[in-house]
Design a protein around this ligand. Sequence first.
Ligand code: PLP
Length: 396
Amino acid sequence: MDTSTLMQKDKEYICGTYSRFNLAVSHGESSTCWDFDGKKYIDFSSGIGVNSLGYAHKNWVNAVAEQAGKIPHMSNLYYTQPDADLAQKLVDRTGMKKIFFANSGAEANEGAIKAARKYSQDKYSAERYEIITLENSFHGRTITTLAATGQEVFHSKFNPLTEGFTHTPANDITALENNLTAKTCAVMLELVQGEGGVNPLEGDFVEKVADICAERDILLIVDEVQTGMGRTGKLLCCEHFNLKPDIITLAKGLGGGLPVGAVLFGDKTANTLGISDHATTFGGNPVVCAGANVVMDTLTDELLAEVAKKGEYITNELLALEEVESVSGKGLMLGITLKNSKDSRTVAENAIKNGVIVLTAKEKIRLLPPLTIGWDEIETGLKSLKQAINESGKTK
Ligand SMILES: *Cc1c(COP(=O)(O)O)cnc(C)c1O
């Protein structure tokens, strides 16, 4: 296969929902991948925070292959081991109490939303169903998680969306209080808004939201689909905020490259979902969970400390550049604002030409490298990125 044939085939047969970059990848190792012409790229994107252990991680590949040869799938009507192991690990390391496995971030959030509504209906009334989320948030693309997503651009073509969602500005506690009603059952937020532009919430705001929720028995749902699984230098971003949410959702990095989502329930919500309240055919798939178990085992405290250190190093290297205005984010979830309002898409295109894959988030360049990225790969990738930033200056 060569790149241009593949691109043609893709365009002919695959639904045109993605504005793909001019890159077709063939294989990879660690945080490096190659296209069909043999050109090498440092990957600062990890498939949008998914390939947390990079490409071809030995233990991960072995675990997945071995499980595929034993039991690739079994209905949730029966017991399997990888999902039970994974649930135990998640509970042990997060202090949450019960896990529901889904297949994506949007699905994990759907599960969280269903559980929040049921909690309030069981305890109060069916009228208590409203959920407050933040403006500029991103929670997924299903009709309900779109309703939760506080960005009008995603809504307009698909109305009517699921009712019962209100959006309030981040870091404005008065506005949030004004949006609370007798019908509010939950507040749902990302601690660092990812798609919205890598914007961390203020600690003071998060603390007050948690207090308000606790006082009124409103559930606090934290969407850690992007921030979770070590991305910010802690297993959960909640740890930076000393936060104990009632529900946490995970996906992206959890599977290390295979589709999985998880809803983590705390003390209050552990038994909210009972028999037949929620289900999904593929949830807790043995192959996927075998991979996720390796991800959990690999994310040791030492590795997480390295993630924080690498994030600081990259941030400082970038801040030293003439062209960089500021760097936002935590750990290896970084957003770069460039001076002279350079177009982030153009920079990302130039980055590929220079041999490094980066993402964008609104006007920012976004970096989500594998958590295992090597120092040498960081150096090479940064050199290419610096070059791309300079060139993007010239072309404008
Ligand atoms: C990516 C993302 C989602 C959606 O996940 P999918 O797996 O694409 O459905 C939800 N919430 C956040 C914070 C995300 O970053």
